[in-house]
Ligand binder design. Structure first.
Ligand code: C2E
Ligand code: MG
Ligand code: MG
Ligand code: MG
Length: 292
């Protein structure tokens, strides 16, 4: 899967070089058709690892778009664009549908792995969204505990009261929630302690820099303390090497996600990865000079 992820980035479209409004509009049209087409959009899944025991605690679902002409278009290139239009709604429904069915398939095959889906502002502010989610879970037959959502503080701050109402309804129905990209964008202490969330994910920019930069290391440590004091599980994103794993463990971080453990991969590759990984971590636990 590593080779596949790299190979598919050979041809990659960069919308930030594309200031032409007509091209952006065309890309939106392509995205709308891609949602209907079913062969261009897919989800990759990236595992999250419990730093104390090495267990896989869940996966994050990340969208991939293979454009017929432009090649791979990164989510950072089209999600913000879709967010600025109503297209984000059908796109999110499409992602949710795939993710929930995948979680159901894993669960049916004896792998009850929680799947986290990234939410957009529009869904977070839509009072009908929770009912649609619970309806989907019911139709597919997936236990609520196997679906999670990731939101950012900036999304909440767009309209905090509306967002809080949706978050409370999702959470009281049993869906756990994470704050994504913590440390970037706007943070409000007032709302942070009012957010009905279970998990805090430290943004990868801080985690990647903490080995070289004192300031970033301080931020990571502070975020872990803050999260724990609020009763949250703390996840570090962008964990790329063993040094980061060791440092995060030392700081008491709960969970890690990053290329050191696995790149996001297609569902077809996940079974194999999981059995390879379980084998490795089993022998690591049972050997004295094991790699952490
Ligand atoms: P995110 O939710 O913060 O997702 C984590 C991003 O970090 C992913 O980028 C992942 O591939 C990348 N990543 C994970 N581990 C490492 C690492 O060790 N090093 C580095 N350099 N990167 C790592 P990706 O897949 O390109 O997604 C970018 C963003 O696009 C996501 O950030 C999320 O905000 C958004 N996104 C992705 N899929 C969806 C989706 O289905 N719906 C919505 N609304 N947003 C999505
Ligand atoms: Mg995320
Ligand atoms: Mg993130
Ligand atoms: Mg992000």
């Amino acid at each position: 899967h590593l080779a596949r992820e790299q190979a598919s980035t050979v041809q990659q479209y960069d919308a930030s070089n594309d200031t032409n409004a007509a091209n952006r509009l065309e890309l939106l049209g392509d995205l709308r058709r891609a949602i209907g087409a079913d062969d261009q959009l897919s989800l990759h899944y990236q595992p999250k690892i419990d730093l104390a025991g090495g267990r896989v605690t869940g996966v994050e679902a990340l969208i991939r778009w293979q454009h017929p002409r432009l090649g791979r278009v990164a989510p950072d290139q089209f999600i913000p664009m879709a967010e600025s239009t109503s297209l984000i709604r059908p796109l999110t429904s499409h992602v949710l549908d795939i993710a929930v069915r995948q979680a159901k398939d894993w669960s049916d095959r004896g792998m009850p792995i929680p799947v986290a889906v990234n939410l957009s502002t529009r869904c977070l502010l839509d009072p009908h969204f929770p009912a649609q989610v619970f309806d989907l879970l019911h139709r597919v037959g997936l236990p609520v505990a196997l679906l999670k959502f990731e939101i950012t503080e900036s999304m909440v701050m767009t309209d905090p009261e509306k967002a809080l109402a949706v978050l409370r309804e999702l959470r009281s129905g049993g869906i756990s929630l994470s704050i994504d990209d913590f440390g970037t964008g706007h943070s409000s202490m007032t709302y942070l302690q009012r957010l009905p969330v279970d998990e805090l994910k430290i943004d990868k920019s801080f985690v990647q820099a903490m080995g070289d930069s004192h300031g970033d290391a301080v931020l990571v440590r502070t975020a872990i303390t803050l999260g724990h004091n609020l009763g949250l599980s703390v996840v570090a994103e962008g964990v790329e090497d063993l040094a980061a794993v060791a440092a995060l463990r030392e700081l008491g971080c709960d969970v890690a996600q990053g290329y050191h453990f696995a790149r996001p991969m297609p569902a077809e590759d996940f079974d194999q990865w999981l059995s390879d990984y379980s084998g490795r971590s089993y022998s690591a636990r049972h050997s004295a000079n094991a790699v952490p």
